[in-house]
Design a protein around this ligand. Structure first.
Ligand code: CO
Length: 228
């Protein structure tokens, strides 16, 4: 399932064709985007509404500091968790993503939802990983373009090992162990990074940081504006 180099890995976003992103060519590529390690003010995690209310998530965008937090383990496999997971799938599919991590909806929780088809009708491909750990990575190094729902309009070629072994729990708390490779392995590796506060921008090459400088600055500006 690993695409060719030109195929965007939409670990979090469907990335049809980066050349179609308006304004990309006109962006000045002058100096480097500053290194990561954003200041971390108070978390802006969404509270979980009462059981009677519908749970609805928006995607948290870079550089919201919640994306930099190490997420906390899930200890209760209850209805609140099921509602959270369900709402995460809804958000992921509506955003045309193939994976979503709880910090991307403002929650400091170790939850990943994945569906490599990105198609809500293919629910049998849903993969819910609670408290995931990547216990091994193996295979050849693969360079592939990735996007991220928290970085709209930004794409970068990211090098990862092709395979990984994931240990996690399912939504009921049962242990699961998966040996993954190709596209699914890449999505899980990307989403797992989110639980550790590691973001696309951290894994970008200096050249990609320069190429995406305008978009990154725009996201920072929008975040600051939203705080006013
Ligand atoms: Co992402």
């Amino acid at each position: 399932m690993v695409g060719e180099a030109s195929e965007a890995v939409n670990a979090g976003i469907l990335a049809p064709n980066q050349d179609e992103v308006p304004g990309r060519a006109e962006r000045p590529a002058t100096d480097l985007y500053p290194p990561c390690g954003m200041p971390q003010p108070e978390s802006t995690a969404h509270p979980i509404p009462a059981m009677s209310e519908a749970l609805e998530f928006e995607v948290t965008l870079f550089p919201n500091p919640v994306l930099r937090k190490v997420a906390d383990p899930i200890t209760a496999f209850d209805d609140a968790l099921k509602r959270t997971v369900e709402a995460m799938y809804t958000r992921m599919f509506e955003s045309q993503g193939v994976g979503l991590a709880a910090p991307q909806v403002g929650l400091r929780q170790r939850i990943l939802v994945v569906n490599e088809t990105g198609d809500a009708k293919e629910a049998d491909q849903n993969l819910t990983l609670i408290n995931p750990q990547i216990v091994a990575r193996s295979g050849k190094k693969v360079l592939l373009e990735e996007g991220c729902l928290s970085f709209p309009g930004i794409y970068a070629e990211i090098e990862r090992l092709d395979g990984c072994v994931v240990e996690a729990q399912d939504i009921e708390g049962n242990p699961i162990r998966l040996e993954l490779e190709g596209f699914l392995s890449r999505i899980v590796q990307h989403e797992f990074d989110h639980l550790e506060g590691i973001l696309l921008v951290d894994r970008m090459s200096p050249a990609d940081k320069i190429r995406n400088k305008g978009e990154l600055e725009e996201l920072k500006y929008m975040y600051l504006e939203s705080k006013r």
